[in-house]
Design a protein around this ligand. Structure first.
Ligand code: ATP
Ligand code: MG
Ligand code: FE
Length: 336
């Protein structure tokens, strides 16, 4: 079984080929970060245009890397949403064109289902499980009782974790995307600055990061007014400790309440060294629950994860028609 994955939901033009559901035969990612950097974030119109320029090149490169041709493909999986509509449209239309021209089945994939299934490229999934999804646009705890079943048991009420990282980075004049820079600074400093943790109501698995983000911005501004300078390493370490404390505590609580066999980490912020280490340390003390963390390249946007999710969907008999369309607000819970 050869599944092609196509991902163009944001600022990465990515195509991958997955053999037998779990083996990466090709994984090409053309990043646009350099084009968006000077604007401090992703500019949707620029993103769409880059996808149009890159998609054919990336498709050919993936086939070449895998050493196969279009007619060898079993199915084509593509991100249908959520994401930027103009960006999604490029991937969806490329997938439809190839599927139609070569008579290959088409499978529409939810981007976050893809982030979660990146873990299946590392280990076989065992249910029930909980995925901690931390990315640029999402922060949620997803309960899965079987393949294709996604139940969001907690989510952010305001900013996503990645969004908070990027905004705090901007306050410290670090380049976009700021997450990796904050992560690096945090390793060099001590968490000496007291910052809030939003636990929310007793028993809630929801998150909130906007209060923390504001507290960081206020700390910087107040120091400036007093003519003092905050050490960026200390601020980064304090911010990161606050984020990780809440994420790890709620994940562990959910894992024990839902009696899961596995906990998966997913999304761009899963590349965070502090978060990875904190989860690994905590899970050493928890028997009968396996922690799975993908390698860095499978945490940020890629198409291997879309191929992995699409492979399972195809095996379950799920296919899309030629009416498949980009859906920027696609909901994961009604998606299987
Ligand atoms: P979504 O998946 O929710 O649609 P997205 O695809 O834009 O959003 P991802 O590509 O999954 O998001 O993740 C990008 C985010 O991950 C950015 O906010 C970036 O700053 C953050 N990120 C990447 N590496 C790290 C790191 N080491 N520490 C913290 N954040 C990081
Ligand atoms: Mg990106
Ligand atoms: Fe993503």
């Amino acid at each position: 079984q050869w599944i092609m994955g196509i991902e163009t939901s944001c600022d990465e033009t990515a195509v991958a080929i997955i053999k037998n559901g779990r083996e990466i035969a090709a994984n090409i990612v053309a990043s646009q970060i350099e084009s968006h950097k000077r604007f401090g974030g992703v500019v949707p119109e620029i993103a769409s245009r880059h996808h149009v320029e890159q998609i054919t090149i990336v498709l050919e490169e993936a086939l070449k890397q895998a050493g196969i041709q279009y007619d060898d493909l079993t199915a084509i999986a593509v991100t249908e949403g959520p994401g930027l509509v103009g960006a999604l449209l490029v991937g969806v239309n490329a997938a439809k064109a190839v599927a139609f021209a070569h008579g290959i089945p088409l499978v529409g994939v939810h981007h976050i289902a893809g982030h979660i299934y990146a873990n299946r490229l590392i280990a076989e999934l065992q249910f029930p499980l909980i995925a901690l999804v931390v990315s640029g646009g999402h922060t949620e705890l997803v309960y899965m009782k079987e393949h294709g079943h996604f139940e969001v048991i907690g989510e952010t009420r305001d900013d996503a974790a990645g969004e908070a990282y990027d905004k705090v980075a901007r306050t410290l004049n670090l380049p976009y995307p700021g997450g990796p820079h904050i992560d690096r600074l945090a390793q060099e400093g001590e968490a000496t600055i007291p910052l809030p943790r939003a636990w929310l109501e007793e028993g809630s698995y929801d998150f909130s990061f906007s209060g923390l983000k504001s507290a960081v911005i206020n700390t910087v501004h107040n120091a400036e007014q007093r003519g003092e300078k905050i050490k960026p390493q200390e601020l980064a370490a304090s911010f990161q400790e606050s984020v990780i404390d809440v994420l790890v505590t709620k994940t562990i609580k959910a894992a024990s309440e839902y009696k899961v066999k596995q906990v998966l980490l997913a999304g761009g912020v899963a590349a965070n060294k502090g978060l990875r280490t904190a989860l690994e340390d905590k899970f050493k003390e928890i028997p009968n629950c396996e922690l799975i963390i993908p390698p860095l390249a499978l945490c940020t946007d890629n198409a291997a994860m879309i191929g992995a999710a699409g492979s399972i969907m195809f095996e379950k008999g799920i296919q899309s028609t030629m009416a498949l369309n980009a859906n920027p607000g696609l909901d994961i819970s009604i998606h299987n």
